[in-house]
Design a protein around this ligand. Structure first.
Ligand code: DI6
Ligand code: FE
Length: 403
């Protein structure tokens, strides 16, 4: 696709607009693109005369959606955890695996030992797989450094991704992911003398778009997360939180109190937490890859989230331990099959609601003024995107209007 203005026609546009038809679907539509943005979208026979002289490209009746958004990834990390996966399936307990140096600690050691280029090369293979599925925006967390130097290196590597691939990157500081071995038993000291100074340094370097944390019995309690969020607020940074993944410590309610962009996982979210998210306008990000990998049985309260109109997003949670899931299309299928989302909720969850979970308002829909980040699919209806398992129907991907 050239940079000159053009009109796409002979297509069905799933605009994800809230009003009107499911998916905001416009049958037999046209989309005018200029300077990387959507100039107009609507029924082909309503195309304004002012676009009549623009170059035209027919999409032969294909379905066009907004470029997909993966709003929760740990895509930058060193090494892998295939060995512990094998140990587990050969009957080893989590304790035996931890004693053998497995778990987050293993990834922290591998990440600290890896060069920036090694981290970038490994991340790009995972990014390319998402791009091949029509993903145009990804969120990338730190959280496997757990010392200032490595946390900032992870964020720099994340930023470099956007310099070498046609993709938008948003970074989240996740220093409050786990307590590193050198601070074993000293969680508060780690939060106060490593995590928070690293947050300040990362912000000063312009490396952080949002601040995240892991509120869980195996990670940090609400008071420790609150100390990190207080500093985030003082720096003008929005927050998000891994909350209620394995138990209920009231993480979602804490996140809502800070006006969080999102609360993520939320399998153990209770009625009070749902109400708090609804009141704060916080997005519930469901992560079926971790639910599936850990063989979790507690379902996130989807019906309650719907009743309270809490926006629901979906993401891969790509990470080497609990969610080595590198397909957003498969995450959509899992969201429907495991969590009973409708196909429209699943597509909304990786477009407009995922954008909201990242605090972005010019992606996630096909609308005038939005980036022309578009995915063109060889499908006859949007539901096919979450229906098929392990099949990628992408025909073409436009990033800022360019193929
Ligand atoms: N929740 C998780 O499931 C992962 N991190 C988090 O906050 C676990 C990450 C890992 O196992 O490496
Ligand atoms: Fe995560």
């Amino acid at each position: 696709m050239t940079h000159a203005p053009y009109v796409l026609r002979d297509l069905h546009a799933a605009t994800m607009d809230d009003a009107g038809a499911p998916y905001g679907l416009i049958e037999d539509a046209a989309i005018a693109v200029a300077e990387g943005k959507v100039a107009w979208v609507g029924a082909r026979d309503a195309l304004p005369q002012s676009y009549a002289q623009w170059a035209v490209r027919s999409l032969d009746g294909r379905v066009v959606t907004p470029g997909l958004i993966d709003c929760h990834t740990h895509i930058v990390h060193g090494g892998d955890r295939a060995a512990e996966f094998e140990m587990r399936l050969n009957g080893a307990s989590y304790t035996e695996i931890a004693r053998a140096g497995g778990g987050i600690v293993a990834t922290v050691a591998a990440t600290r030992a890896a060069s920036d280029d090694t981290l970038l090369r490994a991340a790009l293979r995972r990014v390319d797989a998402l791009i091949a599925e029509g993903v145009t925006t990804i969120e990338v967390k730190s959280g496997y450094g757990l010392d200032q130097d490595t946390e900032l290196r992870m964020l720099r590597v994340a930023r470099r991704i956007a310099g070498v691939r046609p993709v938008r990157v948003r970074t989240s500081f996740l220093g409050a992911h786990a307590t590193p071995p050198d601070y074993a038993g000293r969680d508060d000291a780690y939060i106060d003398t490593v995590c928070i100074p690293a947050l300040r340094a990362g912000h000063a370097a312009g490396l952080i778009d949002a601040v995240d944390g892991f509120c869980e019995s195996i990670a940090f309690d609400p008071d420790q997360i609150a100390r990190v969020f207080d500093v985030a607020g003082s720096l003008g940074l929005r927050v998000k939180l891994h909350a209620e993944q394995l138990s209920n410590l009231g993480g979602a309610t804490l996140a809502a109190r800070y006006g969080a962009l999102s609360a993520d996982h939320v399998e153990y979210l209770d009625a009070a937490g749902v109400a708090a998210l609804a009141a704060a306008g916080t997005v519930a990000v469901l992560l079926p890859g971790a639910f599936y990998t850990l063989r979790e049985t507690q379902m996130p309260p989807v019906a309650a989230l719907r009743r309270h109109a809490v926006p629901i997003a979906l993401a891969t949670d790509i990470n080497p331990g609990s969610s080595p899931l590198n397909s957003l299309l498969l995450a959509m299928n899992m969201g429907c099959t495991l969590f009973r989302l409708t196909p429209e909720e699943a597509l909304r969850g990786v477009t407009v609601n995922a954008a909201r979970a990242l605090g972005l308002d010019a992606v996630g829909r096909i609308a005038p003024g939005h980036h022309a980040d578009l995915a063109i699919w060889d499908i006859s209806r949007p539901a096919e995107l979450s229906y098929r398992i392990g099949f990628n129907p992408l025909h073409a991907r436009l990033f800022g209007g360019v193929a």
